[in-house]
Write a protein that binds this ligand. Structure first.
Ligand code: AMP
Length: 368
């Protein structure tokens, strides 16, 4: 059985690595010749819009998934239309996740609390949005935003001009800046048979819009229950197959949805060593109609992103119990090139190890 992956980044790579023990084969499509998944699986090299390559993917794979949220939906639709391969997760979920306005509307329709927001497509609308929502706020591009890209924070009215100049050439959304107590995410799978499996809540710390650190399990049982309820509404709405992630701000015990990602997620990397079944394996099981694996945590995990460049392996591996994941990427400032995971029997031991690693790496992220 061959699984197609549109996008061959680190998520595709970890999907393939999780699929080999299940006897699966993979075929990826990516515009980059040295893409991380292309180092461990066959790669069709070309644009995401290349109809000839999409056709090959559709012909050679039973099911096609994707590892990047900005894959053009028209490309995925063309695979189903002309070659019959199944696409999972559903293209409708990808399309919603690609448009912050569609995403907010869906959260509201499903009774999932989200930020106060307004769509903005002119300078005048931005003025009105700032009046209605207030300051501080965040102006974001409706599309193609990830890792904090395409966002400007407005603190005072005078910031409006510069924010409009920075982003005003594309459709936008303005929302309140939430003074959150912490950020969390919930990751869960729904299989083609309708079975659900939801992971323990993740506590996330971002720096400059990029995830730095995740701890799991995280937070009181009430947060887990709420987050799982909201995630289940989305999974059911889409008749979803695969892994879906929702990120929330937590403020005064309320969960406020920030965004969803219709794919395996960076905040779920701890599940490789820290859960009974990894998010990558459960994604594959879900899209192939196999029984889902247990999502229970095997201890208290911390995952630290390695950003810009990898540390010397001999240095980090000298910390007992640490797992190093090298994505095989060229170092570049701001780029996610790998991650570290530790799993400990107690939260206190986990925090101590994570603190030591953060100090060794000279990363200033706090433990959530
Ligand atoms: P996003 O790309 O929307 O997930 O934003 C990346 C990160 O920027 C979030 O995880 C937050 O840390 C921060 N951020 C984005 N939007 C807001 C907001 N409305 N209020 C507070 N922080 C935000």
């Amino acid at each position: 059985m061959t699984v197609g992956i549109v996008g061959a980044g680190q998520l595709g790579r970890m999907l393939a690595l999780a699929g080999y023990p299940l006897g699966l084969d993979f075929l990826c499509l990516d515009p980059s010749r040295d893409a991380p998944a292309g180092q461990v699986a066959p790669l069709l090299h070309g644009a995401f819009t290349d109809r000839r390559l999409l056709a090959r993917l559709g012909q050679r794979c039973e099911v096609v998934t994707f590892d990047w949220e900005n894959v053009p939906v028209t490309s995925l639709r063309s695979i189903t239309r002309s070659h019959g391969a199944r696409i999972a997760p559903p293209v409708a979920a990808l399309a919603t996740g690609q448009d912050r306005v569609a995403e907010k509307r869906l959260f509201e329709r499903l009774g999932i609390p989200t930020t106060r927001w307004r769509a903005v497509s002119s300078r005048m609308q931005l003025e009105h949005a700032v009046e209605a929502i207030g300051l501080p706020g965040v102006l974001k591009t409706r599309r193609f935003g990830y890792d904090g890209k395409g966002q400007v924070v407005l603190r005072v009215a005078a910031d409006t001009e510069a924010a409009w100049r920075a982003l005003g050439n594309v459709p936008l959304l303005y929302e309140e800046l939430v003074p959150f107590d912490c950020e969390v995410s919930i990751i869960g799978a729904r299989s083609t048979r309708g079975e659900l499996a939801i992971y323990p809540l993740c506590g996330n710390v971002h720096g400059a819009g990029v995830l730095r650190l995740t701890c799991a399990p995280f937070g009181p049982a009430r947060w887990q229950t709420l987050a799982a309820r909201y995630l289940t509404r989305l999974l059911t709405h889409f008749r979803y197959t695969g892994i879906l992630t929702v990120e929330f701000f937590v403020r005064g015990g309320r969960l406020i949805a920030n965004e969803m990602a219709p794919r395996v997620h960076n905040s779920g990397h701890w599940t490789i060593e820290g859960a009974a079944t990894s998010q990558f394996e459960n994604h594959l099981r879900a899209i192939l109609g196999l029984p889902l694996g247990a999502t229970r945590a095997l201890g208290h995990s911390a995952m630290i992103n390695l950003i810009g460049q990898l540390p010397a392996p001999s240095k980090v591996l000298s910390v007992e119990g640490v797992h190093l994941h090298d994505y095989g990427k060229e170092p570049r400032p701001g780029r996610k090139v790998g991650h570290l995971t530790v799993v400990e029997p107690t939260a206190r031991a986990r925090d101590a190890r994570a603190r030591r690693l953060l100090a060794d790496l000279a990363v200033s992220a706090r433990i959530p």
